[in-house]
Ligand binder design. Sequence first.
Ligand SMILES: [Zn+2]
Ligand SMILES: [Zn+2]
Length: 142
Amino acid sequence: MSTYNGKCHCGNVEWSAKLEKDQQGHILCHCDTCKYLSGGTSTLNQIIPKSALSITKGGNNLGKYTYYGESGKAVNCYYCPNCTCHVYHHQMVMGDDTIILRTGLLAEGINGTLKPAAEIFGKARLPWQKEVAQTFETLPPS
Ligand SMILES: [Zn+2]
Ligand SMILES: [Zn+2]
């Protein structure tokens, strides 16, 4: 297990996350929601226990955006209200204790040390974007 530190663009929010060995990589999500929320081709994520994330600065002021996923259950997105960087998402369908961390905002995400581990919703990957890791059409079989 290693500790990774992240911060938002404006610096009002900072956090640290403990990642197990098998969590030390990005899961690229190509779904359309991720395209909208990031303004990019995909998002960089990892599924971690809620207890593995600690918001060390600005945690009381996070903004929250809620949308409803394909399951019909809420997805709560927590972001810096000043610069709008998304810190993590909580998908209700995954239970109370599991969150989706935006690994792209960790220092190792910004500098490229963390590598792609898998790609999900590959069916929505933009046709000009190269495959960089094992790709699942939607989600991996559970
Ligand atoms: Zn910010
Ligand atoms: Zn997505």
